[in-house]
Design a protein around this ligand. Structure first.
Ligand SMILES: [Cu+2]
Length: 122
């Protein structure tokens, strides 16, 4: 009888422990969500030898993600300080970067392809 009682309390303690762990992991997930939602991710599609949108307005620290959906390769290089420079993006490749300052950029392989990122709260 005594043994079964001990077993019961042991199980109940385990149950409480699992519940506690679940609560902790839930609150950690919530914290992560708020960190992520602070900075938005903006998509710039590269298609038809154009950046779409050509001018993108973002908040400081937002992430810009360029996705090449053209058949031809492209490479993103900014005209300000070359802080922004992707590898050569082949079809289906993407490049993402957190941006803090406004900057115009081009495709280094086709310099007539021009885009601009405008940070609205620098
Ligand atoms: Cu290009």
């Amino acid at each position: 009888m005594k043994t079964s009682k001990n077993n019961y309390s042991f199980n109940f303690r385990n149950y409480l422990l699992i519940l506690l762990l679940l609560l902790i992991s839930c609150s950690t997930l919530k914290e992560k969500e708020t960190v992520n939602s602070k900075h938005k991710v903006h998509i710039v599609k590269i298609s038809g030898f154009r950046f779409n949108p050509a001018t993108l307005r973002i908040k400081k620290g937002d992430v810009v993600e360029w996705i090449n959906v053209d058949i031809k390769p492209h490479q993103i290089v900014d005209l300000a300080d070359r802080e922004l420079q992707s590898d050569i993006l082949r079809s289906g490749d993407w490049f993402s970067k957190s941006i803090n300052f406004s900057k115009p950029y081009i495709c280094s392989l086709h310099s007539y392809m021009q885009g601009k990122i405008v940070v609205i709260n620098p």
